[in-house]
Design a protein around this ligand. Structure first.
Ligand SMILES: *Cc1c(COP(=O)(O)O)cnc(C)c1O
Length: 378
């Protein structure tokens, strides 16, 4: 099946009991047993729920793995994955990971003895250098947020396998429509499904897909033990969103290309970060490992004041955190999504106060360009 078909015909299609073409919302906590332990595959909804199961089967098929898992948020998914490790284990991670990932590792999971080193994973030698005797996994986010740096997944997997490490990829920005990390040998792929997979700014959710039965068993144990599951209503809403992921991603990208061309040529924009630009330092890798470049763009307008002015002036770009939805969003990473990263560290990473990030929505590109133009020139 091609990607667009898989999004609609993957997983469990419809309801075998009634013929309903969409999986119903099984709003239920427990299930009748005919005798002790004799049931139809469901005992209690923390352990498994038919609506959540349909979603988990869908993301499993779309990412091409052994098993899928749905969590109450992207952060719950990331936390559950790290909880498969032990006290004293060490992770090597991309340095400009999502702010919440940085926070949970440096302020929460560190208290349980999970160690970490953040490096620029787009430079493979930095990954190699950061590996210690207690390292258990390399955790990538690619492309990154907000600088859209790209890491070579296949080359990272080679390094990781050589050292017997797992490779984990946060695939939120690309989505499985453009990039399937398991196909390059990654072991675990995860998502903030709140973003493109849901796609309509109406659900908070996290998804994980693992490549082996052992990882599936281990992650199900953590999911059932710690309980950060996605409820049936949100599972249903997420499946509804995912059916149109293919056409949405095509349109997000078509719009983005037009906006990037406008931004690159605008005198008030000093720099544009987009992996689809041939001059982007990781353009070749982005092209090799994905079928598209996505709908996220960052650009520098030179100063905090200019960035502030811009985000106050836009009409169709709503000032908000998050990304990946039908409506275009605009944000200042240094003050919003990345505010929990200390200022000196932001400086090291290149997240300047004049950096503006946009998530290009599905409005008409002409309206979006006109909006940015009037805001930049106001
Ligand atoms: C939003 C986001 C997360 C966190 O997901 P939530 O659903 O907000 O908990 C993790 N990684 C990336 C790349 C994100 O954009």
């Amino acid at each position: 099946m091609k990607p667009k078909t898989k999004l609609i015909h993957g997983g469990i299609v419809g309801d075998p009991h009634t013929g309903a073409v969409s999986t119903p919302i099984y709003q239920v906590s427990t299930y009748k047993q005919e005798g002790v332990g004799q049931h139809k595959g469901f005992e209690y909804s923390r352990t498994g729920n038919p609506t959540r199961h349909a979603l988990e089967e869908l993301i499993k098929d779309v990412e091409g793995g052994q098993a899928g898992f749905a969590f109450a948020s992207g952060m719950a998914a990331i936390t559950a994955v790290v909880m498969m490790f032990q006290k004293g284990d060490h992770l090597v991670l991309t340095d400009d990971v999502y702010g919440g990932t940085y926070r949970v590792l440096t302020k929460v999971l560190n208290k349980f003895g999970i160690e970490h080193t953040f490096v620029d994973t787009s430079d493979l030698t930095q990954i190699e250098t950061a590996i210690q005797s207690n390292t258990v996994a390399v955790y990538l986010e690619t492309p990154t947020n907000p600088l859209l740096k790209v890491t070579d997944i296949e080359a990272t997997v080679q390094i990781a396998k050589h050292h017997n490490l797992l490779t984990i990829v946060d695939n939120t920005f690309s989505t499985p429509y453009w990039q399937t990390p398991l196909a390059f040998g990654a072991d675990i792929v995860l998502h903030s499904a709140t973003k493109y997979l849901g796609g309509h700014s109406d659900v908070v959710a996290g998804l994980v897909v693992v490549a082996t039965d052992q990882l599936a068993e281990d992650l199900h144990f953590v999911q059932n033990s710690t309980g950060g599951i996605l409820g049936p209503q949100d599972s249903w809403l997420l499946m509804r969103g995912m059916k149109t992921l293919g056409i949405r991603m095509e349109e997000h990208e078509a719009n983005t290309k037009k906006l990037v061309e406008f931004l690159v040529n605008h005198p008030q924009v000093s720099k544009v970060f987009y992996p689809g630009l041939p001059e982007h330092p990781n353009h070749a890798i982005a092209k090799k490992q994905g079928t598209g470049f996505g709908g996220m763009v960052s650009f520098d307008v030179g100063s905090e004041e200019a960035a502030d002015r811009l985000v106050k002036q836009t009409k169709f770009f709503t000032l908000a955190e998050s990304l990946g939805a039908v409506e275009s969003l605009i944000s200042i990473p240094a003050k919003m999504t990345h505010a929990s990263i200390p200022a000196d560290r932001r400086g090291e990473l290149g997240i300047t106060d004049g950096l503006v990030r946009i998530s290009v929505g599905l409005e008409d590109a002409e309206d979006l360009i006109a909006d940015l133009q009037q805001a930049l020139e106001a």
